[in-house]
Design a protein around this ligand. Structure first.
Ligand SMILES: Cc1cc2nc3c(=O)[nH]c(=O)nc-3n(C[C@H](O)[C@H](O)[C@H](O)COP(=O)(O)O)c2cc1C
Ligand code: SF4
Length: 517
């Protein structure tokens, strides 16, 4: 046997869907046939989804990457000497030098792809638990103050300042407080939470423990969407490992402080990502939205003060505690501080995850990172911020990716999902889709959303059929006004955003030639 050679092949859902397990099997079989001693480490994804399965080999020069590896290519890769970085058509050079990756600002995702996903040792060797170790020596208020000073705003959609939310929970008097991590990730074209949880699960766990120390909560729940079964398995394993190593439990690393986490699965409902519906679902009830006030920070899970934060809000906390508020705050623009994980999806040549400081123009994200449309046809529309986000036209693409700039343009950044459409898309059909989505996902508590969405879909159908187009367009606008002002939550309140943006920017799609006006 020769010297042991090390390879990395991701275990994340995208890589698996693209055949990563079959590639590992082919590599092990080929290595055995050639009497080569090979170990395969299962890392998370670097987020370069269009290159999956991405196989890396550890060489003297560093980790060398080979993209889109198939089992059929494996013998050829061995022939080319890829175990020592040999040249091959699939070769991409050093992973760290791939421009897509190299030019990012990786703070929250610094370890994703780099480390073995479930190795506590690897996590610690790359800065893991440093933030928590500092937090364990701090007073709760000092932790909250540091998060507040970092400028971190919720990454789940509403962009509410995390420190202010934590401060409210810290100030609430109660015997029991909770940390609830919102891992429902239902927005179209989003997968950043999943990539983080599958590639660096301890980072989320560390963030949740720090949140618990900050507000005085001893119990945490991860509300995970049912569509993420692999994520569930990884989180379960990570929680067991973390507990065994004393990072969770009644006495965290001998500090006398307690915190533990459970994973709870959702059941495939978009609205259960809304924080109060999520709390109901966690309590075992139907996922219906609750009226606010009371705020979950004061009366949340089981009526107790509760922090509800997105996966990435919580996973941003360890680096803030480790490197300090100023370090984090130095990234970004205006009131959008730090970095955000964008997810490029839809008709895009290089789909994947890009973590960047706020402020980059949308065009640079789509063309520079995404490489434009996959079809090679011109871009017609881009939807940012999930199914309730605005459709942006080619002329809007110079908008900087910043919460305030988007809000001023009537758009939202939301969870950072960017879905690209080429010029074959029909925007009237997209407007109908927005209403249909709301019909499907409405929790049914209030009339504008429950009934309005059904009537809206009917109106668009009539417009598509060319029936009384002007009158029906005016009715859609009125209906949107009612939904916007009369809905209890953002589900019904924001459905008008994609509808109206499609109507405003692509009026021709609502007036097809040859049909009655
Ligand atoms: C219909 C609807 C769906 C939502 N889905 C999610 C989701 O999947 N994940 C998430 O973190 N926030 C989601 N939100 C936002 C949450 O209500 C809440 O603002 C967020 O979890 C708070 O965490 P953050 O401050 O860290 O962003 C959704 C909101 C609405 C109205
Ligand atoms: S707007 Fe829709 S989802 Fe929100 S509370 Fe009303 S019915 Fe439920």
């Amino acid at each position: 046997m020769s010297d042991l050679m090390t390879l990395y092949v991701p275990l994340d859902s995208t890589a698996l869907a693209m055949g990563a397990d079959e590639v590992v099997l082919a590599i092990m079989t080929e290595a055995a046939a050639r009497h080569l001693d090979v170990e395969v480490i299962r890392n998370g994804s670097w987020g370069m989804s269009w290159l999956e399965p991405l196989v890396e080999v550890v060489t003297d020069k560093g980790r060398m990457a080979y993209g889109n590896v198939t089992p059929e290519e494996v013998p050829g890769l061995f022939d080319a000497g890829f175990l020592t970085g040999g040249e091959h058509a699939l070769g991409l050079g050093l992973t760290a030098e791939i421009e897509y990756l190299k030019s990012q600002d990786r703070l929250t995702f610094a370890r994703c792809g780099l480390i073995e996903a479930l190795s506590l040792e690897d996590y610690r060797a790359h800065g893991g638990f440093k933030g928590l170790e500092k937090a364990l020596k701090m007073l709760p208020q000092a932790i909250v103050d540091q998060v507040t000073a970092s400028g971190l705003r919720g990454r789940g959609g509403a962009a509410f300042p995390t420190g202010i939310k934590w401060n409210t929970v810290l100030g609430a008097e109660a015997d029991q407080k909770y940390i609830c991590c919102n891992a429902d990730e239902g927005d179209s074209g989003t997968f950043a939470d999943r990539i983080l949880m599958e590639g660096d699960p301890y980072c989320l766990i560390e963030g949740m423990i720090i949140a618990g120390l900050a507000v005085g909560a001893t119990e945490g729940y991860i509300y995970l969407r049912s569509e993420y079964p692999l994520c569930r398995d990884i989180l379960h394993e990570a929680l067991i490992e973390a507990r065994d190593a004393g990072w969770l439990g009644a006495d965290i690393r001998g500090s006398g402080k307690a915190f533990d986490i459970e994973v709870r699965m959702g059941a495939g409902s978009y609205v259960c990502g809304e924080e109060t519906a999520m709390l109901n679902s966690l309590e075992g009830k139907r996922g219906m939205v609750r009226a606010k006030p009371p705020l979950p920070a004061l009366e949340g899970l089981f009526g107790q003060p509760t922090v509800v934060n997105n996966v990435l809000s919580l996973a941003s906390v360890p680096i803030i505690m480790d490197q300090g508020a100023d370090f984090y705050k130095n990234y970004g623009m205006g009131r959008s501080r730090g970095t955000i994980a964008f997810q490029l999806a839809g008709n895009i040549a290089r789909g994947g995850l890009v973590e960047k400081a706020f402020g980059l123009p949308l065009r640079e994200m789509i063309d520079g990172y995404g490489g434009g449309t996959d079809s090679g046809r011109p871009i017609k529309a881009v939807q940012v911020g999930g199914p309730l986000g605005a459709y942006l036209a080619e002329g809007d693409l110079d908008l900087p990716l910043d919460y305030e700039a988007f809000s001023a343009a009537g758009a939202v950044l939301g969870h950072g999902g960017i879905v690209v459409f080429d010029d074959t898309v029909d925007m009237a059909a997209q407007a109908k889709f927005a209403f249909d989505f709301c019909v499907e996902e409405s929790c049914g508590k209030c009339t504008p959303c429950r009934i309005g969405s059904v009537r809206g879909a009917e109106l668009i159908e009539k417009i598509q059929a060319g029936q009384a187009v002007d009158d029906n367009l005016a009715l859609v606008k009125d209906l949107c006004d009612v939904m916007d002002s009369g809905s209890l939550c953002a589900m019904g309140g924001m459905t008008p955003i994609p509808v109206l943006s499609a109507m405003d920017k692509w009026p021709a799609d609502f007036r097809k030639d040859g049909v009655e006006k």
